[in-house]
Design a protein around this ligand. Structure first.
Ligand code: CA
Ligand code: CA
Length: 312
């Protein structure tokens, strides 16, 4: 372990590897995480590699990412994640995580304060103002950590049910960040998302299926096949983690003022393993001369509403 703190008062970079479960039955995937922090603040931009060793000493290396796609739930929270499916043997696998920081690439970001700022209060009928909300400067929220490298042990997990000649049973992961924008001339939709992989968020899928409907429930797993297909001619598949987009021109779109059109996408790998349909992304069509972007905040309960585009 080598480390070069800026001064003796700077707390060390901590690496905490962990997994989603201790025992796994094939063909379920494992998820590997590593939380990288310094003084309770997340470290972003580090190179993080999981090293998984089976009982025979064979090792598999896997980069972990903090991009908020695939197995990684939140972007830039200092928790780096990836699916792991490279099971070679039954038995125990040991996990280690190697973290490397380089000058200018590793930053420390202050966590968003949960404290509520109160601008003023009333005392004896008079309004008293608090001092203005302190604004964090760029220098305060980012700190260069310099070069460092460390390895942390992350315990072990046990896998059973691995066949002697494993075939590809792992689908591309679900796309969770599909967004749609209505282009300026009304009948073109710009879809964008982060590419999944061949096996969850690792590798490269083979093709996509995109469906559209006025009813988002129709785009769920059970009825996805029977929903209206979007012609994906010309759409190629990027490597896992790459942000990609596709422009779709609707030929016979029945547009009524305020009508919603939903899209969903899924990826399929070269062995015909189908990923789960993505979130449903919504475009709202409202006729007028201008258009306005309505940013919706994604939430679990609000199925699929990510962006609406309104004309008024
Ligand atoms: Ca993360
Ligand atoms: Ca696969």
């Amino acid at each position: 372990v080598t480390s070069r703190p800026a001064s003796v008062s700077v707390p060390p970079v901590l690496v905490k590897p962990y997994m989603n479960q201790d025992t796994n039955k094939y063909p379920n995937a494992m998820v590997i995480y590593a939380e990288i922090s310094q003084g309770f603040l997340p470290v972003i931009g580090a190179n993080v590699t999981a090293i998984v060793e089976d009982e025979k000493g064979k090792t598999e290396e896997l980069e972990l990412y903090d991009y908020g796609s695939g197995a990684d739930i939140l972007k830039y929270d200092g928790i780096y994640s990836r699916y792991f499916t490279s099971f070679t043997e039954n038995g125990r696998y040991n996990l280690k995580v190697r973290v490397q920081g380089k000058d200018k690439t590793v930053r420390l970001v202050r966590r968003h304060s949960q404290a509520l700022y109160i601008p003023g209060f009333v005392e004896n009928g008079e309004i008293k103002m608090n001092s203005p909300r302190p604004e964090a400067t760029e220098d305060e929220i980012q700190a260069n950590l310099g070069s460092f490298s460390r390895v942390a042990s992350g315990g072990s997990f046990v896998v059973s049910g691995v066949p002697s000649n494993p075939s590809d049973v792992f689908p591309p992961c679900q796309i969770t960040d599909l967004e749609v924008e209505l282009a300026a001339d009304d009948d073109e939709f710009l879809l964008s998302w982060t590419a999944p992989g061949n096996d969850y968020d690792v590798g490269q899928a083979e093709r996509y299926e995109i469906k559209m409907s006025e009813n988002p429930l129709e785009l769920r797993d059970a009825s996805f096949d029977s929903a209206t297909s979007v012609n994906t001619t010309g759409l190629t598949v990027e490597v896992a983690g790459v942000k990609q987009s596709f422009q779709y021109k609707s030929e016979n779109l029945t547009k009524e003022n305020g009508s919603s059109i939903y899209f969903a996408i899924r990826a399929i790998d070269g062995s015909n393993n189908k990923g789960k349909p993505s979130n449903a992304a919504r475009a709202v069509v409202v006729f007028s001369t201008f258009y306005m972007i309505l940013n919706g905040t994604p939430s679990v309960s609000d199925y699929g509403l990510f962006h609406g585009f309104q004309k008024f």
